[in-house]
Ligand binder design. Structure first.
Ligand code: IPE
Ligand code: IPE
Ligand code: MG
Length: 241
């Protein structure tokens, strides 16, 4: 079912905060501008960004989301100065080390989308341990996009589908990194930019979009609840009438 290229209309489940929303994705943008406004180095924005991640992951589980997909590092983010890339990798390392216990305890399954094996070997090791440790958890899936580019993901999926014999919307969808997640319901981008920046291009075919001017370090669980509330108020048509 999750391999279907266009999701079936969701069954509204009557959850207190998330009627119908099963899978939410967030482009966590604006860390640099948050720091700049405070005359601080960009890394301070990234540090506060990690705190926002922590709070939002907790809230997403409490709200009953089945999947939360977070854009943490794009395949294009390697273009940033080496010092910033290294700061981001350091924060990623620290996040896994510090937070995996809580994530595991809260019944969250960690998933990585993107080519994370190109990261530093010690980070790959930490990730593989974390994946193994949380593989049996079923309360929510936290998918973190690392070295992720949607066009690359689609190309990889198409190649795999071709190798198996047929390229169709269904066979490509079945090979995407997200194939085991529910259809994407809601895409949120912070910081006021209104673009997808190579994130979940295929999966967003019928997702609802919420663009907010809030900079990522200022994004709170209340902002998440508000966005999910906007989603719940929208009429999804999936091309029908
Ligand atoms: C998002 O914040 C974090 C990553 C892309 C890793 P930015 O670093 O892009 O912040 P801005 O867009 O420069 O404000
Ligand atoms: C998208 O933000 C990537 C992440 C949030 C990880 P960017 O800041 O890299 O996107 P652009 O460059 O503004 O499109
Ligand atoms: Mg940015």
């Amino acid at each position: 079912m999750s391999a279907s290229p266009v999701p079936a209309p969701p069954v509204r489940d009557g959850g207190a905060f998330t009627p119908g929303a099963r899978h939410v994705a967030i482009i966590m943008d604006g860390n640099g501008r948050w720091a700049k406004k405070r005359f601080m180095p960009r890394v301070f924005g990234h540090k506060r960004g990690v705190e926002a991640v922590r709070a939002v992951v907790r809230a997403a589980g409490d709200m009953g989301l089945e999947a939360l997909t977070l854009y943490a590092f794009s395949s294009e983010n390697w273009k940033r100065p080496a010092e910033e890339v290294s700061d981001l990798m350091g924060l990623l390392r620290a996040f896994i080390l510090n937070d995996i216990d809580e994530i595991a305890r809260n019944g969250v399954r960690l998933k990585i989308i993107g080519d994370y094996r190109a990261l530093a070997p010690d980070i790959v090791g930490l990730i593989d341990d974390a994946l193994a440790r949380t593989a049996g958890n079923g309360r929510m899936t936290l998918a973190i996009a690392l070295n992720y580019g949607s066009q690359q993901e689609i190309a990889r999926a198409a190649a795999k589908a071709a190798a198996k014999g047929a390229i169709t919307a269904e066979t490509i969808a079945a090979e995407l990194d997200t194939a085991d997640l529910p259809p994407l319901d809601l895409m949120i981008r912070t910081s006021g930019e209104v673009r997808l920046s190579n994130f979940l291009l295929w999966q967003a075919a019928y997702a609802e979009m919420v663009f907010t001017p809030v900079l990522w370090p200022d994004f709170t669980p209340d902002h998440l609840r508000e966005a999910v509330g906007q989603f719940a108020a929208r009429e999804r048509r999936f091309g029908g009438r």
